[in-house]
Write a protein of this length. Structure first.
Length: 462
């Protein structure tokens, strides 16, 4: 059944009951039909709604007159895999990303996904507003709002200011282009942070947090929380605290208004679960240990406010989830090109997605982790946990991923699944994974199991 590793996921109500991996495999094969319209990587990719075609063309022409090369979908590519491939590839190939913002843009699923892909691929992002930011923020979904609240906006509102705004934007982009790409991916302690560079931050990588600075940010979106140490304020003198109810209740009380402004109530529980994982609550008997709390809040050897770190976590987790969600218009391109922006941030956020409540999201996360080629212990452990997931698609993708990564640590768990899972496609996936891993241990485990199975059949036939 499994001749090669395939990336896929499906919803049972929409697809025939074949392998979970078939759909993405088909999508990725369709990539071979791609017609190259990008020529060579451009300085900037412009994401926009086609309702703003005239404004986009004017901006594109103006930037090119200032010596900035631009890619944008001018011809109106038809929807479908080929269309999504070109858009996704343009984002990944360009050095910078412009989000041309209007009411139509912020309501567009395509534009939302394009921004998310640019964010996780660590592109310098330049929001260019055609309307008042206050009006646009009110219409944005949570993900776009969180992502764009971090950057300095360029307001192209008044005709008399157009040329000066264009010159300022082009100058800023050219200053970014003069900086080596490596400088964006790994800023040194002597560098001034680039304001339009996303800051995917995970505490294991200890990457510095960029200051949130949006000159034209609507006042009602400002999340003002005291910078007083959350731990000292609520748990002074204690070395650990129970998550439920003490820590969670204190956190929700401290940030109630700001949290409601930042994230929808239906997703607050999801974010809390992510924080529990980051603070390693499950590994410490349901307790938050002060040492882990300090580690979460320490960036570049400096203590940061807990709320600032929570904001970072929310932005990062939302963005990754949006890109790799089953409904994402750039998901296949993201999975196929993970190597281009593989980082601690992406890796850790994909691990977070394994705890998502959506079965399909967990499935895609497992497949995506395999595509990174990472054999880190925490990745393998997380994928092994997928083998006991309640959803058979997640179990199947966990098997395939462990097989691709040739994870010898997973042999015993795979053998157990192969012998006991009640769904045949999962057993097939486990057998495939064991064959992919290979080696004496896997072969011996399969040999013994086959012998026992044969003896059982013999006894039942007598």
């Amino acid at each position: 059944m499994y001749k090669s590793f395939k990336d896929s996921s499906r919803t049972p109500s929409q697809m025939e009951p074949n392998s979970i991996t078939d759909k993405i495999d088909k999508e990725l094969k369709n990539e071979q039909k791609r017609v190259d319209v990008l020529d060579e990587p451009k300085n900037v990719m412009i994401s926009y709604s086609h309702a703003n075609m005239a404004e986009m063309k004017r901006l594109k022409s103006g930037l090119e007159e200032h010596g900035v090369t631009v890619w944008a979908d001018i011809t109106g590519l038809k929807a479908g895999m080929d269309f999504l491939s070109k858009i996704g590839q343009a984002i990944l190939d360009a050095t910078c990303f412009i989000s041309l913002l209007s009411e139509k843009t912020v309501e567009s699923k395509y534009c939302q996904d394009e921004l998310a892909l640019a964010y996780i691929s660590k592109k310098p992002i330049f929001p260019v507003a055609l309307e008042q930011p206050r009006n646009l923020f009110n219409k944005m979904d949570v993900g776009m709002k969180l992502q764009l609240a971090r950057f300095e906006w360029r307001l192209f509102l008044e005709e008399e200011d157009y040329e000066s705004n264009l010159f300022s934007l082009a100058s800023k982009i050219k200053s970014v282009l003069q900086t080596e790409v490596a400088d964006f991916n790994a800023p040194s302690q002597h560098m001034e942070p680039v304001q339009n560079q996303p800051s995917l931050r995970r505490h294991p990588s200890r990457t510095s947090i960029r200051p949130i600075k949006v000159d034209k940010e609507p006042k009602e979106y400002e999340n003002k929380v005291s910078n007083e140490s959350f731990w000292e304020k609520n748990f002074k003198g204690r070395n650990y605290i129970k998550w439920d109810p003490e820590f969670e209740e204190a956190f929700l009380k401290d940030v109630d208004k700001a949290l409601n402004n930042m994230i929808e109530s239906k997703d607050q529980k999801w974010l809390l679960n992510i924080l529990k994982r980051e603070l390693e609550v499950a590994d410490n008997g349901g307790r938050v240990v002060k040492e882990n709390y300090d580690h979460f809040c320490t960036i570049n050897e400096e203590e940061c406010p807990f709320w600032t770190c929570v904001q970072e976590q929310a932005i990062e987790s939302y963005t990754i989830r949006e890109v790799f969600n089953m409904e994402s218009t750039v998901r296949v391109e993201a999975i196929e090109n993970l190597g281009k922006f593989r980082s601690k941030a992406v890796m850790e956020a994909l691990l977070d997605l394994l705890y998502d409540s959506d079965n399909n999201v967990r499935t895609v996360a497992a497949i995506s982790l395999a595509k990174t080629g990472s054999n880190e212990e925490k990745v393998i452990k997380a994928l092994i946990k997928c083998l006991s997931d309640k959803d058979r698609l997640v179990r199947e993708s966990g098997c395939l991923s462990l097989g691709r990564l040739k994870a010898k640590q997973a042999i015993s768990s795979l053998v157990l699944l192969w012998r006991n899972d009640f769904i045949s496609s999962v057993r097939d996936a486990a057998a495939y994974a064991l064959k992919e891993i290979g080696g004496e241990d896997a072969e011996e485990a399969m040999r013994i199991t086959n012998i026992l199975a044969q003896e059982i059949r013999t006894l039942t036939e007598e």
